[in-house]
Design a protein around this ligand. Sequence first.
Ligand SMILES: Cc1ncc(COP(=O)(O)O)c(C=O)c1O
Length: 350
Amino acid sequence: MSITPKARPNVEKMSGYEPGEQPRPGERVIKLNTNENPFPPSPRVLEAIRHIDPERLRRYPSPSAEDFRRTAARVHGVSPDMIVAGNGSDEILAIAVRTYLGPGDVFAYPDPTYSLYPVLAEVGDVKVVTVPWAAGWELPIDALLAAGARAIFFANPNAPTGTLVPTSRVRELAARFSGLLLVDEAYVDFSDENSLSLVREFANVMVCRTLSKGYGLAGLRFGYAIAAPAVVWEMNKVKDSYNCDAVAVSAAAAALDDQDYARRTWEHVRAERARLGEALRRRGWQVIPSQANFVLATCPGGDAGAIYRALKAKGILVRFFDKPGLHDKLRITIGTAEENDQLLAALSAS
Ligand SMILES: Cc1ncc(COP(=O)(O)O)c(C=O)c1O
């Protein structure tokens, strides 16, 4: 007789993270639903992958992704021991939760935000306190502090709103909070400001970055955190020894090294973001001013689900969240100029 083992009760209860839909291989769609960069990665990335020394595949990779850490340290003006790399920034977020939050500890974040945070909390049996964003998508500093949390996370720019909290407000929270303050900067490459300087100022601030958005490498799975050496030290004890493979480390280092290429894609996305936002407004949509590579827009008529389905039938994927407060909204990733034009044409026709 075989018996299905019982999962931990908190795991049994949870439904898990729901990723945005991915087209089947070979399926031709305009994919504006998971905030990827519309441009391919730097040619130097493909070169690094092609020229990987077979010896590096035979051996285990550097446990600390040393080549990447050195490059990232140079690019960001910090020391290598302030960087920890992961298999996507999702892994960094998971390592941070495992390092700083145990069962019953309070984990606070403003809501709505990245829907992975509650999943990580459920896995760890961590107690979540969500705090609504203040009017105008301001950081609700007092309410976050009142939660009595051991760690506060927030995405900046936020998802799914695309709104940015100015560094001065992040600094205010960092100065008044004694737990871990994780600033998830997955979309920061497309924004006017970042909070990196706070990592040097405060021992409790961690900035989390990814190569999935700004560097066109969502398929590679590479992210990293920048924090005080003592924080990185603790994270290193918790992470898997070889969490980043040798190919990914080489490719990620090459991507970060080619800042000129990446910047050109960021500029293009920012220009298209302004153009798409304006065009949607002219069609009667309300568009939240975004600092990310997507916009959250309220549709005229209020039935965003119907528009989502009509676009999907035409081969255009956007993100619809079947959640309270989001039924009249679509989150639209900024595509190439051609993709955005096709989206606008499809909206005009429907
Ligand atoms: C706010 C936020 N943080 C982190 C991530 C994860 O990025 P990665 O691909 O590096 O795991 C995402 C992905 O959509 C995101 O929206």
